[in-house]
Design a protein around this ligand. Sequence first.
Ligand code: UDP
Length: 236
Amino acid sequence: MSLQYKRIVLKLSGEALAGNNGMGIDLETIRNISYQIKKIHDLGVEVAIVVGGGNFWRGRSSKDMDRATSDYMGMLGTMMNALALQDALEKIDVITRVQSAIEMRQIAEPYIRRRAIRHLEKGRVVIFGAGTGNPFFSTDTTAALRAAEIEADVIFLAKKGVDGVYDSDPKLNKNAKKFDTLNYIDILNLGLGIMDSTATSLCMDNNIPLVVFGIDDPDNIVNVVLGKKIGTNIKG
Ligand code: UDP
């Protein structure tokens, strides 16, 4: 098997960093994921990471709060994940830069597209925090946006508790059927809940391939980079 991609955006949901309790940060889980990131980095892949924040806060989870304020809290949560991931990667000698879409000069660089690309070219792993910087968006949309901006070859959507896209929720329906391949338009037409429609449309309009796979086995990150057929492949 050979290297399939030169530059990737890896989207890690907050849940993927949370271990089994679903909340907060599980350091062992982050360590395991970091080792896999190091492996693909050592293979020569340019790695940009978009982190979610659902392990701390989701904007839509509090109906009693102003939505924009709640979303900003969610974006702050992603920054905690970004810093934890940076720490874990640097502990195993992977050089990283965190770029935040909301300026926080003391802890991260601001997001600057050309600078992010330069970091990648120099072999640094770039971690994008604070989503798009705008309320009413998601970190899946951030992954689509950043992938388009930095001209990534693919987005890896690493999911916890599920290993691809199904026609119905496999946790509720044991006969749910997994798709090996899909087109973006199918996700929209069938209402498959793998990504929100903003993220899906952005990927579709910009022709960015996506691989959805399970992160419960962190080896999957390396396997996908090497072209092993796992998860669901989605194309324009
Ligand atoms: N968020 C936002 N704008 C963005 C990205 C994220 O407002 O561009 C907020 C939103 O409230 C979201 C939260 O940050 O619920 C955490 O992100 P997300 O739910 O995408 O994280 P994940 O589900 O991937 O852990």
